[in-house]
Design a protein around this ligand. Structure first.
Ligand code: SF4
Length: 296
């Protein structure tokens, strides 16, 4: 990979992206890629472009690119777009050494897996400039994590989110609802997981099958609509799930408001009005779930 040229960033107006990030997230970010492929087996995840293997640029080249970017652009952080940034501990250690050697100071965020983290690795992330680490889980229910062939335990994910936080890193995680076989009890497990691990950020979505993935093959026979391929995306594909599609809209509201209530309660600045608002919305969402579960 070291023989490949760097992306021709001059071809696009990066400033527009910086402005969008700044406006939405308070800080601008530039994307950098250090690896290709992922050897793991998560059933919903597409490896159609880079395949199920792992190749990586040398740490020296990556750090040189970071330095070059600092000379050419004004941005706040780097977003490493890699699938599992800490997959190789040896690479990460060399990366940290290069950062120190080349005297680079840039804040970055990255994505990884809980089973590729430990105290030492979290230390390497921090020393090399990481300010936020995203740790995938997708569900708080071990049954669903196993159904996804995610090959991690919910305790590992929880433990690493907590450890990263205790070491001063911000944390994020990803959640999906509506995976085949998921029941309301599994969604409640996910809410519990989000409260126990308490990441700073999380994203939540309804699971959808991407062409070429095992999830697509498993669900294809139960697709609900035939969509025109030329004007639709994978995200619009719906399949026969445990509950109706609207159920999951309520489920997302329930997760969001339950977790917001929990976070607000923990905060010393919590106002009784917003606490009541979140609890009420959570309660209404639960009612919507019950309605959909009973009548659709
Ligand atoms: S979800 Fe992450 S770990 Fe799993 S296969 Fe995809 S990139 Fe790899």
């Amino acid at each position: 990979m070291d023989s490949l040229p760097l992306p021709n960033r001059k071809k696009i107006q990066l400033q527009n992206y910086f402005n969008a990030w700044k406006e939405r997230h308070g800080a601008s970010a530039i994307s950098v890629s250090t690896m290709r492929g992922c050897p793991y087996t998560c059933k919903w995840c597409s490896r159609a472009v880079y395949g199920q293997s792992y190749r990586r640029r040398s740490p020296a080249k990556v750090v040189a690119e970071m330095k070059e970017l600092q000379l050419q652009y004004t941005f706040d952080t780097i977003w490493f777009v890699d699938d599992v940034f800490s997959i190789s501990h040896k690479w990460l250690e060399e990366f940290r050494n290069e950062i120190v050697k080349q005297g680079v100071q840039v804040l970055y965020e990255c994505i990884t897996r809980a089973d590729r983290l430990n105290e030492e690795v979290i230390g390497l992330l921090k020393e090399s400039g990481c300010f936020r680490v995203w740790i995938g889980a997708e569900s708080g229910s071990q049954k669903i994590i196993d159904a996804m062939d995610r090959r991690v335990t919910v305790e590992q994910v929880r433990g690493m989110i907590q450890m990263a936080k205790s070491k001063g890193l911000q944390t994020g995680t990803f959640i999906m609802v509506g995976y085949p076989g998921e029941t309301e009890a599994d969604i409640e497990e996910t809410i519990k997981h989000l409260k126990l691990s308490d990441p700073d950020l999380y994203t939540i979505t309804v699971a959808y099958p991407i062409k070429g993935t095992p999830l697509y093959e498993e669900t294809e026979s139960s697709f609900l609509h035939a969509l025109p391929w030329e004007s639709s995306t994978d995200r619009q594909i719906d399949f026969q799930r445990t509950y109706s599609r609207r159920y999951y809209d309520y489920a997302i509201r329930r997760v969001y408001n339950e977790v917001a209530y929990f976070k607000e309660r923990k905060s010393s600045k919590s106002a009784i009005l917003s606490l009541t608002k979140f609890k009420l919305k959570s309660f209404l969402a639960k009612g919507g779930m019950l309605w959909e579960r009973s009548f659709h």
